[in-house]
Design a binder for this molecule. Structure first.
Ligand SMILES: Nc1ncnc2c1ncn2[C@@H]1O[C@H](COP(=O)(O)OP(=O)(O)OP(=O)(O)O)[C@@H](O)[C@H]1O
Length: 265
């Protein structure tokens, strides 16, 4: 990992006056967020088509945008894409077609991309991340022979092994069974806390988001509706405004919020 990427580890992500258009259509509309802190998972929540993926892609520099995006002292919006990609890892909602590589090789390739580590170190770190995600048994399987959920887990391993300062995960749980949904959120939380990453994650399962994330950003129609600690910001009114549902928010025995939806409104 480059020294400059390490130096951002104590910092936060700031997004100011961000706008994204597709053609003439304004999809993100002058969005300014409070600083997103490192070492905590921030969930981005909102209805279908509200601009969550576009926001992640704009932060990753993969969709043209106007506005200012900074990670610590790095003005991401002014950086060359190669440097930006070195600081951040982005896991897309739809994974690109894969190549005929074994899982372990593919994770090692991700580790060595843009970062001159030895093959031995890349091997050790790749095995470690596969173990941490509970998928070491896949190490010698071929990428193009994996199931959708297995591909998603390997994609996450490739994102984490790169040791980014900024982790951008777009629906990383969508193809996963219940066991791996929890295992992935735990692994992401562990990496986020251990490496003091800024971690943004788009998820549709509100209960998983509220139980495993620390902070939340609610968006609708490309605008910020609310941002803050999950327990502070999540209210029946917000859920009605955002999703058009009548919901109860209850505290479960583990002191986590649990949302029960009674009906659509
Ligand atoms: N490449 C594109 N060209 C044109 N319009 C797009 C493009 N990508 C997304 N959009 C539109 O931008 C809006 C926001 O899309 P986006 O994928 O960011 O929403 P989202 O909140 O992530 O949705 P979902 O929860 O359904 O994945 C939608 O209306 C979508 O149709």
């Amino acid at each position: 990992m480059s020294g400059s990427a390490h130096s951002t580890r104590e910092s936060s992500l700031s997004v100011e006056e961000l706008s994204v258009k597709y053609g003439t259509r304004q999809v993100i509309d002058n969005l300014t967020l409070a600083p997103i802190r490192a070492g905590r998972i921030t969930a981005i929540l909102g209805p279908n088509g509200s601009g969550k993926s576009t926001l992640l892609r704009a932060i990753a520099g993969l969709t043209p945008s106007h506005g200012k995006i900074s990670l610590g002292e790095h003005k991401l919006s002014s950086l060359a894409q190669a440097k930006r990609a070195q600081l951040s890892a982005y896991l897309p909602q739809t994974l690109p077609p894969t190549v005929h590589l074994q899982v372990l090789e593919a994770v090692m390739v991700a580790r060595r991309a843009g970062d001159a580590v030895s093959a031995e170190l890349a091997l050790d770190e790749s095995v470690a991340i596969l173990e941490r995600l509970g998928i070491a048994a896949l190490a010698l399987r071929y990428m193009d022979e994996l199931s959708g959920g297995q591909r998603q887990l390997v994609g996450l391993a490739q994102a984490l092994v790169r040791r980014p300062s900024l982790l951008l995960l777009d629906e990383p749980l969508s193809a996963l069974d219940l066991h791996y949904q929890i295992a992935v959120m735990e692994a992401v939380r562990h990496e986020t806390e251990m490496r003091n990453l800024v971690t943004l994650i788009v998820v549709h399962d509100l209960n998983i988001a509220l139980q495993r994330a620390s902070d939340v950003v609610y968006v609708k129609e490309g605008k910020l509706i609310a941002q803050g600690g999950v327990k502070t910001v999540t209210t029946p009114k917000i859920l009605a405004d955002i999703y058009g549902v009548k919901a109860r928010i209850e505290m479960c025995s583990r002191n986590n919020l649990h949302i029960l939806v009674d009906e659509v409104v």
